[in-house]
Design a binder for this molecule. Structure first.
Ligand code: UDP
Length: 313
């Protein structure tokens, strides 16, 4: 039986990943310090003997034995959360991946770094291909996350070149689905909750900026395929849904799906907010056995709305 470490396992993507790994019959060690992760996400697993929870901050070293695989997700990921203490975010990215790479190297384990479409910054190449080096402001309010994640990628590749550590890097685009934190401040959670409560739908800027939204089950499938891909495929590889929507279109879809008296209001656009974002997934398709997202936005929003309805009740 594989012993798998998931850092950030109590978060949105992490808890969905833990569920899948347990279902596949692995032993899962979930590490989370609950900075943004939530016990409620992992509550259903606590009675499973193959699940362990360690309350630990990956900024500190971690000693564990007989680990086969590490998925390194631990980091605040929504702009309001990662900007709350930007230095903490950078430390989590950099010291966190160093500690996990050390652990992987000692255990001869495979380690996957959860990188992000934010490494492309406000992209000048559209859609974004992995070979595009990005347009990141190194001193802006998003830099703690963007540059932290970029340097974490560097560390993965340098550990691989210097010590032979078995690394894999994925770049995740916007993802949504059950287990999202209602307080995350992200666009999908905000719009759904606002519509369910009959509050104003807050569009930042004029809503013409675009994002591509991937349903979490599609993402998890891509993650598993990446971990099991051929040894010499390290990535980075984009994982996301290539369907592209303006934020205004997303608001209209949410209004169409939820019976509400909510109205759209425009608010200031946050600094350095990327104007467009869409993954080119050609590489993922060819390296990950034809992987591509199966769940269109309107379909994935159904269980997501249901989840938020139950959560806020
Ligand atoms: N956004 C918005 N209203 C909200 C929250 C976000 O218009 O209540 C916009 C935000 O400015 C950005 C996009 O939606 O352009 C996606 O934001 P999110 O925080 O979900 O993720 P990002 O892709 O920016 O990391």
């Amino acid at each position: 039986m594989k012993r798998i470490l998931v850092t950030g396992g109590a978060g949105f993507v992490g808890s969905n990943l833990c569920a899948r790994l347990l279902k596949e019959g692995s032993h899962v060690i979930c590490v989370d310090n609950l900075y943004t992760g939530r016990m409620v996400n992992i509550e259903p697993f606590l009675s499973n003997p193959e699940f362990e929870f360690l309350n630990h901050n990956i900024i500190e070293p971690l000693e564990l034995e007989n680990i086969d695989e590490i998925y390194n997700l631990a980091c605040p990921a929504s702009p309001p959360h990662y900007q709350k203490s930007p230095t903490y975010t950078t430390k989590t990215c950099i010291l966190g991946i160093i500690n996990m790479l050390e652990l992987a190297t000692k255990n001869n384990a495979k380690i996957m770094q959860f990188s992000t479409s934010e490494v492309y910054g406000d992209p000048l190449v559209h859609p974004q291909v992995e070979s595009y080096r990005g347009n990141v402001n190194p001193i802006g309010i998003r830099s703690c996350y963007d540059e932290g994640k970029r340097c974490a990628e560097t560390l993965c590749f340098d550990y691989n070149r210097e010590f032979g550590t078995k690394v894999k890097v994925i770049r995740i685009f916007n993802t949504y689905g059950p287990m999202m934190d209602p307080e995350d401040g992200r666009v999908v959670s905000n719009f759904i909750i606002q519509a369910l409560k009959g509050e104003d739908i807050t569009i930042y800027g004029d809503g013409s900026q675009t994002r591509s939204f991937c349903y979490v089950d599609d993402l998890v499938e891509g993650i598993i395929r990446m971990m099991n891909s051929r040894d010499d495929f390290l990535g980075p590889v984009n994982l996301g849904n290539p369907g592209e929507f303006t934020i205004r279109e997303l608001a209209d879809i949410v209004l169409e799906m939820i019976d509400t008296k909510s109205k759209l209001v425009c608010m200031d656009l946050p600094k350095d907010d990327p104007t467009q974002r869409r993954p080119d997934i050609t590489l993922a398709k060819s390296e990950l056995g034809g992987w591509e997202p199966k769940v269109p936005l309107r379909e994935g929003l159904v269980p997501t709305i249901e989840y938020f309805r139950n959560t806020i009740e």
